[in-house]
Write a new protein. Structure first.
Length: 135
């Protein structure tokens, strides 16, 4: 899916632009594209669309935390299973900054996967994920 993913996404975007589908249809089409590969991926980062190994993940994702220069809330719009925002909170803690992660996504099943499989010091307690209401 990944090599051709951009073509599929472009087609979904074009269908929205052309009025073939509405916003709800766009959400459903995008969710349909991502649901199986994300939910069946082996690692927490692949479950949020980041391919590659551990070293690559840290190298390409830790830079996000370089932009964090104070404590507060962090919102990941399109957070999938919430792994990136959890990592940002942990990496920020290493810098002495208290960051509270929040996330929003269009596919609620990703949150459940994250609750079960993404390490967190307080599973299900501190994590604050919001979901786009498609109704
Ligand atoms: C590539 S993943 C990124 C996950 C995470 N932010 C990261 O960088 O590891 C993109 C996520 O964005 C979500 N998404 C796409 N369009 C969205 C939208 N309009 N609103 C909320 N989430 C969206 C998808 O469902 C998918 O889970």
């Amino acid at each position: 899916m990944w090599d051709l993913g951009w073509r599929q996404i472009a087609a979904i975007d074009a269908a929205l632009a052309d009025g073939v589908i509405d916003q709800r249809g766009w959400h459903e089409a995008m969710a349909g594209l991502l649901r199986v590969p994300y939910l069946t991926a082996k690692t927490p980062w692949e479950q949020s669309g980041k391919s590659g190994g551990e070293e690559d993940r840290v190298r390409t994702r830790k830079v996000v935390t370089e932009a964090v220069d104070r404590g507060g809330t962090f919102l990941d719009v399109g957070c999938a299973n919430g792994y990136l925002m959890e990592c940002v909170a942990i990496w920020a803690q290493e810098k002495g900054l208290d960051v509270e992660p929040h996330g929003v996504d269009i596919v609620p099943e990703f949150e459940l996967k994250g609750r079960i499989e993404v390490p967190h010091e307080d599973p299900g307690g501190v994590r604050k994920l919001l979901w786009v209401d498609q109704s």
